[in-house]
Design a protein around this ligand. Sequence first.
Ligand code: F6P
Ligand code: MN
Length: 299
Amino acid sequence: MAVTLKEHLIAVPEDAGRLILVLSEQAKKISQGFFGNLHIAGSKNIYGEEQLELDKWSDKLILTELEKSSLVRNFASEEQGEIIEFSKAEGSWGITVDPLDGVSCVATNLAVGTIVGMFNEGNVLEKGTKTDAVIYFLYGPLTTMVYAYKGKGVNEFVLDEKRNEFLMRHENIHIPKGTIFGSGGLKSKWTGPHTKFIEELEKKDYKLRFSGSLVADFNQVLHYGGLFSYPATTDKPDGKLRLLFEANPLAFIAREAGGSSTNGQKPILEIVPKKISDTTPLYLGGKKEIELAERFLKK
Ligand code: F6P
Ligand code: MN
């Protein structure tokens, strides 16, 4: 019989385990919330993107339950403009949440996800090296959960809907050798070094895979190897993807799975954030691919 998430969490500190369970319960609700809810809300988040009802609903769900848990002091969400402090909290965790990543894919029924970063010391406006744990959920043909607690490996669970329980699917994942690559942004707006890097991957017979949902595209790299990128472009020199909510958590998972990350100049986890809405050029994947990216991009 497969190990349950609850059983597996014995290996992590008790309060972290409790938080991860609270989050996994919210993911179960989100995975059931898609049906009948794919219409557009008409409002915009701080990046000017339209929010679906589902974004707002997922955000509220996670916020409410984390506050109730009393374990979280600081909460930062991609859908909120600022860090929210739960002043009555007994615990001191800081949490970053992208409640529904890849939301533009929802209406066409591609996989989307929830990405969560966890900081034991509470401050979320931190370098990624300060991260203690990351979880992401992927709502695809199956609902899966990948989590990594610092130094304890990367593990994947799958939601068994009959038992309403997350069960072990892959233990101690290491990014394998692979030949998948993805690059976001308009090709006409890529920089010269990025274009040359991508041409080099193509020469080496890397195959393009890019769905428009970061968490789904990264999950593919985690399992098949290769690289995901969303580069600096001429109109967005700081990239599109959010350092706190997207780049850092997935860079943490990549590192814990034996891979690596860069913004072209240094590891993603070494970037000091100035504000919660900071964005970054992003390269994530196997060590070999990240080294190659830096060879082309480093100034
Ligand atoms: O959250 C932003 C996001 O939706 C990511 O999930 C994804 O990788 C990216 O934007 C896709 O951007 P584009 O639509 O420019 O390809
Ligand atoms: Mn996102």
